[in-house]
Each structure stands twice: as C-alpha cells, then as structure tokens.
Design a protein around this ligand. Structure first.
Ligand code: NOJ
Length: 464
C-alpha cells in the first residue's frame, strides 16, 4: 500500500457527539423528530463532545492515521439569517487541533443528515432556499477550517437520507411521496455542486468530494429483462448521485422515465449548468452490501426496512422497475445486510472504470448486537469481515483502481439512527450504561497490526 494511504475510522456528528443543546447549538431535524415521536435519540450518544480527546488518542494508539467525521450545521449556524455560533466553531477547532496533536489526518463531511430544524420548518430539502443556505454554511466552514482540513466532502449518503426521508418515510421528515423525493434529490445535488463551486472559488487548499452509500447492482441472470431491471436499480441506488456529482449530469434515461409520470420542471437550465461545471475531485464510497435484482413481475411498490434486528423484514420492489432478491447462499446480519465482499471489489472496479476519479472507501463495517460488559469484545466476525473487504480493495487496486483510503464504520460504538445503540459497529466498545467507558475490541488491535504491516497481514484471496 502507498505510504499515504489513509487508514481510519468514521463517525457522524449526530451519532456520536451528544451535547445536543450545549453551547448554543440549535436543534436539528433529528432532535425534534426523535423527541416528538418519543424514540431513542442521540441526546448523549457517545458523548464525543466531551470525550473527543480520549477518542482521538485511541485512534492514534490504534495505529490509525486519519479520522472521518462530520460537522454539525446546527452547531455552527444559529438561524436562517446565517449568524455564526463561535462556540460551535471552537468545538471543531478543538477536534482538529487534537487530530493534529496525534498526527491524524481529518477527513471532513459537511452534512451528515442533521439539518437545522429552523430550515426543516420551512420545508427542508423541498425548499430551494436551503441550497443557498448550505452554500453559506459551507463557506463559513471553509473560511474557519480551511487551513486545518484538506479533505472535504459535501454530503454523506444523499441516497439514504433522501429515499428514507421522502420515499420510504422511516426517517425525518417521514414522507412517502415520489414527487417530493425527486425535488429533495435535485436540491441536495444542486446544493452539493454549490458547495464545490464555493470551494473552488475560494481557492482553498485540498480536495472536495461526495460520499455515497454504494451498492453495486448484480442481476440474477444475463437476460435482457434482468439487464433492464439492473439499469433501473442502478439509477435508483447509485447513478443519480455518482453520475451527477462526478460527471455533472443526472442519468438521462432516469429523468425521461420520471418525466412521463411526474413534474420535472423544478430542474432549471442555469442550475444544471452549475452542476455540470462543479464536479467533485474524488468519490467516497460507503460499502455495506450489493443489490441483487430480478425483473419486475408485478405488485405495488414496497420499500420496507429492518430496524428491529429480526431477520427477514426488509423488502425493495419498485413497481415497473425491479425487485431486490436475496442470495440464499450468503450470510446476512440480523438486520438483513448480506455479507458480500466480492461486491466491493466489483463495485470499485466499476466505479473506477466509469468515473476515473480517486476513490476512498469512506465506510465499511458490520452491525451486530454485542455484550460490552466483558473485559474485551472478541469480535472475530468483524475481523474476518474487515479482512475480506480490505482484501477486496487490494484486489481492485491490483486491477488498476485508484483507491486512497479505508475507514472502518465506526471508530467507536455510537448511536445508529432508527436502530439505536443496540446495533454496534465500533472498533472500540462504549458502555453506554456505565459512564461511557471505552474499551478496545479485538478488531481494534487487529486493525492496528494490519495497518502497521501496511496491509501485509491481510489474508489474500481471489473471489470465485
Ligand atoms: C451509513 C451512514 O453514513 C451512517 O450514518 C450509518 O450509521 C451507517 N452507514 C451504518 O448503517
């Protein structure tokens, strides 16, 4: 591996910081949605707000050289008028200075889903004004942190928060409305391009990208019908983010299909030009699994998610487009995620062939229930998961893909949105019941050894 390869873990502001109303932070849409619906929330989460020093020190002691985290817009911008909260900036300066102290390269996301509630109240991502507000927020961050951060990304996983928030309805704002989904998707991609534009115009050092929840698409066979279903699935799952951010164009076949049934007049020529002219420098890919599809054979659209951790509750079928199926030969987690490292190798090669941009694997991990009251969590399943996925990355690099970093999700246990803290991903166990005690899991030490061996410790294999 190149000596500049970034090895680290990732987190997100809402999922780990806690301190939800401290130091003049205003509520995010998640604060309000979870409070109002009386759901498990991230009010305290992993209390990273107060424990960041220990957390970042542990990254260093774990051999890592980078930390991917996000900035919270509602900590930094107080209101619709765009006033800045100096205390919010101060907090991230402390994080960044601690990274510097421990020689950890920050890799920073501007938006990991915590929209300020004052914007949600005006329509959130359905309100076009929020795009300019995001641009303002981005500029404030570039100005404040531009000399401390060289790796920026605009959005984390547009597919996930847009589809879940506006189409499936399991995330705030909880709509199930295709027209709204399209408007929110467009506004987010336009806002991302505005963020890139502001970065370029400001002449800041470093590079800027976007992070996508990448799920490469496979078909059940080679038939024409399956190939058509695969293209629909790829447009739904991947292309509207990656093509738009990396090539500057929404997939034309997706737009023409949608235009038959929906109003697409919200897409404006001058804004499409901004998108075309402000593509990203690199792509960040979060990989958990692929999507295996078969042709649509009938039935209404069904999109359900497993938030219970009881196998068999998820279903993805889009009327007229495709149906997702399970491969019975592969293991899945309790939350129905198929474990399929080959998908990462294939997907990286596909993304490299298509976009020819540097790639960072910005998240990869396995979510499970774990007893953290023991002396050390022996998470051999996580070790083998990480080994196989890093092996997949190395195979893709051997085939020419330009991959520059790997981030385990997550640096430490944190709050997993609608799955609460029960679903654990961390390299470090957090005992949420017991004063937030941190204890490295076996995977943390394995990761350290592997990084120190510069990848030599990975058990290599070709996939069938
Ligand atoms: C994707 C998201 O970026 C993160 O917020 C989430 O918790 C993990 N993947 C695990 O599902």
């Amino acid at each position: 591996m190149d000596k500049n390869f970034l090895w680290g873990g990732a987190t997100a502001s809402y999922q780990c910081e806690g301190a939800w109303d401290v130091d003049e932070k205003v509520p995010s849409m998640w604060d309000v949605y979870l409070h109002e619906n009386d759901l498990e929330n991230g009010d305290v989460a992993s209390d990273h707000y107060h424990r960041y020093e220990e957390d970042i020190r542990m990254m260093k002691e774990g051999g890592q050289n980078s930390y991917r985290f996000s900035l919270a817009w509602p900590r930094i911008i107080k209101n619709k008028e765009g006033d800045v909260n100096q205390k919010g900036l101060d907090f991230y300066h402390k994080i960044l200075d601690t990274c510097k102290k421990y020689d950890i390269e920050p890799f920073v996301t501007l938006y990991h889903w915590d929209l300020p509630q004052y914007w949600e109240e005006t329509g959130g991502w359905l309100n076009h004004e929020v795009c300019a507000a995001f641009e303002h927020y981005a500029k404030v961050c570039y100005e404040a942190f531009g000399d401390k951060i060289i790796n920026w990304t605009t959005f984390n996983e547009p597919k996930w928060f847009v589809a879940n928030g506006y189409m499936i309805g399991n995330y705030p704002p909880g709509f199930q409305d295709p027209q709204k989904t399209m408007i929110a998707a467009y506004n987010v991609m336009y806002a991302s391009a505005l963020g890139v534009k502001a970065f370029r115009e400001g002449g800041y050092k470093g590079q800027i990208g976007i992070v996508h929840s990448y799920t490469p698409v496979n078909g059940v066979d080679d038939s024409i019908d399956t190939r058509i279903a695969m293209r629909y699935a790829d447009n739904y799952c991947n292309n509207w983010i990656l093509d738009t951010a990396a090539l500057g164009e929404f997939p034309i076949d997706l737009i023409s299909v949608l235009a038959k049934d929906y109003d697409v007049s919200f897409m404006k020529a001058d804004e499409l030009k901004v998108i075309k002219e402000n593509t990203v420098d690199f792509i960040g890919l979060n990989y958990y699994s692929r999507t295996l599809v078969k042709p649509y054979t009938g039935g209404e659209t069904q999109l359900s998610f497993n938030h219970s951790g009881k196998k068999g509750e998820s279903k993805v079928l889009i009327k007229g487009w495709f149906e997702q199926v399970k491969d019975p030969n592969n293991e899945t987690t309790e939350w129905d995620t198929e474990i399929y490292p080959k998908g990462l190798q294939d997907g990286l090669i596909e993304a490299w062939d298509r976009y020819h941009l540097p790639i960072y694997v910005t998240e990869n991990g396995v979510g499970v229930r774990e007893d953290v009251t023991v002396d050390q969590v022996n998470d051999d399943y996580r070790i083998s998961f990480m080994n196989d996925h890093i092996n997949a990355i190395m195979n893709a690099m051997d085939q020419g893909a330009d991959i520059r970093g790997y981030y385990a999700w997550a640096s430490f246990d944190l709050y997993s949105w609608k799955n609460g803290v029960e679903k654990r991903y961390g390299l470090v166990a957090v005992d949420f019941e017991k004063e937030q005690k941190r204890t490295p899991k076996a995977s943390y030490y394995w990761f350290k050894d592997m990084i120190e061996s510069n990848g030599e410790k990975i058990q290599r294999r070709e996939f069938d």
